[in-house]
Write a protein of this length. Structure first.
Lengths: 70, 559
């Protein structure tokens, strides 16, 4: 895991606080179900934009870290 | 007089083996006269191999079943002498449409370029395919078709296999040097040998209805996710000959497989799609579940598994019967060389490795499609719906939406039978070693023709490319000489439009539209070597007879 990763783990968004606010605001007024749909669409949109399968693989693994299967 | 293929029956005849055992084993016996067994038998018999084909009943398959026959399968049927009949009767199509609810989200064309003899697909009831193949098989003298001949026992010996065959006249033993088990997904041969298949069974049920009606739908594959007439499930619609339409309704795992076949259940589902006033008749109804699985090894000693007995896929992608016919295509020429003593037994091991590779590719594609069509968890369903949701506006999501990745032949890029490209020989095209040869329009003897039928069909073919001012004279003699010897190579010379030449003992094809040279990225002097199953196994920028001989040896395990 300590191999050099392609996935950028350093801060890469210029106005990150504004982005975070926008991310939360985008869900305003949505039911949990609709929010889940929004998130899923967002994952697909961003994944396609990134395109690099190595980066995506590392991001999937990073996101999964610490989450145990039940 | 027209034949009713749906109710075709074949005549059982008492086998001579009842009265006197054959003096020596048959070279090949095939168990199962479905599309795969018949294709293997025809291929072997066309190549002069004495073959016995056994089937446990005397009828063809009922209903549309396999229905979609892919371009590559049609090209193989051409080689087996019955492609035209399939095309004439079948409904040709290239375009598929995907709907979410009642909205069209994606249209795809499976054959977006011209210059191919055969379409991406035809739809044809399986009983026609089996009927046409059986009629072709009956024309071939080295082939014996034995109906109502059920294999109940099998013993492998050092140099042959002994089958116990049960018939209306009692049982007899049949000896064959090799046995092809093409007896379907519930293969009796597999059970007799105590062999297993491994994989996944999907917890979902589908209803197939073959419906006879006049309908305005175009000749396209239509797939609905969550349509208003069948909420929360998927529906697939295909047109077949004789005004029969095939509709597959996803039912879910909880559906009762017996009750769902009753007309009073089926008719309302069809009417929901067609409208309350639609007039139609049900021709055939079936409820199915499916698995994606395969045997660990397609060859067990002298017994070789082909088609559904060896591997099973979900129906999305039409990869079942199509891959089975490709098994036959891969196997027949190898078996012929082995039984004739022109190649060692190890050549059959490459049947197993090449077709196991192809089966894995088919299983992977059909598993992925199944997971998309029938998501098995809430989050899988969420991402599926998100993809379809985005598909309206985003090109990438339209490509991700998976209603089945339709059958294309495997490229056997890692096969040990391939000769890798020589260093410095650069090519930029899809015709890499392992790829099935692509078709293109040509002229032969001043008549319009296609490239694929010019290949030999039971021997290796060498394609030599000429150019203007770059005739075949320099190597004409060595090209013609390739057809001598135990492992003949029949040469084809491709000349550009308008160039005239004759080469004794060699077929000359005129590349009228330049498509052959384009599709092979050929320059004057380029040479491609094709196996009898039309897969490329070697290519060079310059022809050299010794290299060709070495590549043929390698492709037959004689190297």
């Amino acid at each position: 895991m300590m191999n050099r990763m392609k996935l950028n783990l350093e801060l890469n968004i210029a106005d990150h606080d504004a982005f975070y606010e926008r991310l939360i605001d985008t869900h305003n007024g949505l039911s949990d179900e609709a929010s889940h749909m929004l998130n899923a669409k967002l994952v697909l949109l961003l994944a396609n934009h990134i395109g690099d399968n190595e980066v995506l693989k590392e991001a999937l693994a990073m996101a999964r870290q610490g989450l145990a299967a039940n | 007089m027209s034949v009713n293929y749906a109710s075709l029956r074949f005549e059982y005849e008492r086998a001579p083996d009842h009265d006197a055992p054959a003096s020596s084993p048959y070279p090949v016996a095939i168990v199962g006269a479905g599309p795969v067994g018949l294709a293997t038998a025809i291929d072997l018999a066309q190549q002069g191999v004495r073959t016995v084909l056994l089937d446990n009943d005397d009828t063809v398959s009922s209903g549309s079943r396999a229905i979609c026959f892919a371009k590559r399968t049609l090209e193989i049927f051409d080689r087996l002498g019955c492609g035209d009949r399939m095309i004439e009767k079948g409904v040709s199509w290239n375009v598929g449409k995907v709907f979410l609810q009642d909205e069209l989200v994606y249209t795809f064309n499976l054959l977006p370029e011209t210059g191919h003899s055969r379409p991406a697909f035809i739809n044809l009831q399986q009983y026609y395919v089996e009927g046409f193949l059986a009629e072709r098989a009956m024309q071939l003298e080295p082939l014996q078709l034995r109906w109502k001949s059920n294999v109940t026992g099998v013993t492998q010996h050092e140099d042959h296999v002994e089958l116990q065959v049960e018939t209306p006249d009692g049982a007899y033993p049949l000896k064959a040097r090799y046995v092809v088990a093409a007896d379907g997904s519930r293969s009796a041969m597999r059970k007799l040998l105590g062999l297993d298949s491994h994989g996944r069974t999907f917890k979902d049920r589908f209803l197939i209805a073959d419906v006879k009606m006049k309908a305005p739908f175009p000749t396209e594959r239509w797939f609905w996710f969550d349509p208003p007439f069948h909420r929360n499930q998927s529906v697939l619609l295909h047109r077949q000959p004789d005004n029969v339409w095939r509709i597959d309704f996803q039912l879910g795992w909880d559906a009762d497989p017996v009750a769902e076949k009753e007309p009073e259940r089926v008719i309302p589902r069809v009417k929901a799609l067609l409208g309350e006033d639609a007039e139609f008749e049900l021709e055939w109804v079936s409820v199915y579940t499916f698995s994606c699985l395969r045997m660990d090894d397609f060859r067990h000693g002298r017994i070789i598994f082909a088609g559904d007995s060896a591997h099973g896929v979900s129906p999305f992608g039409a990869r079942g019967a199509n891959s089975g016919v490709q098994d036959a295509d891969n196997l027949a020429w190898k078996l012929k060389l082995v039984v004739n003593g022109d190649a060692p037994h190890t050549l059959l091991e490459t049947y197993a490795s090449e077709r196991e590779y192809a089966a894995d590719e088919n299983i992977l594609n059909s598993t992925r499609a199944t997971d998309f069509i029938t998501p098995k968890s809430a989050v899988s369903r969420l991402f599926r719906d998100a993809t379809l949701n985005l598909a309206r506006d985003c090109a990438f999501a339209r490509r991700m939406a998976n209603s089945g990745r339709l059958s294309v032949p495997a490229v056997l890029r890692d096969s040990t039978l391939n000769t890798p490209d020589k260093e410095g020989d650069a090519f930029n095209c899809a015709m890499i070693p392992g790829a099935p040869c692509v078709d293109a329009p040509v002229r032969v003897d001043d008549r319009d023709a296609w490239l694929l039928p010019q290949t030999h069909g039971s021997a290796f073919t060498g394609i030599y490319f000429c150019g203007l001012g770059h005739g075949p004279e320099v190597c004409a003699q060595s090209l013609a000489a390739l057809s001598n010897g135990r492992l003949p190579v029949h040469a084809l010379v491709v000349v550009p439009r308008g160039m005239m030449c004759t080469v004794p003992g060699v077929t000359v094809v005129e590349d009228v539209e330049g498509m052959v040279a384009h599709r092979f990225d050929a320059r004057p002097g380029t040479f491609y070597l094709l196996r009898p199953d039309q897969h490329v196994c070697a290519r060079w920028r310059a022809f050299d007879a010794a290299s060709v001989t070495a590549a043929v040896k390698r492709a037959t395990c004689n190297g």
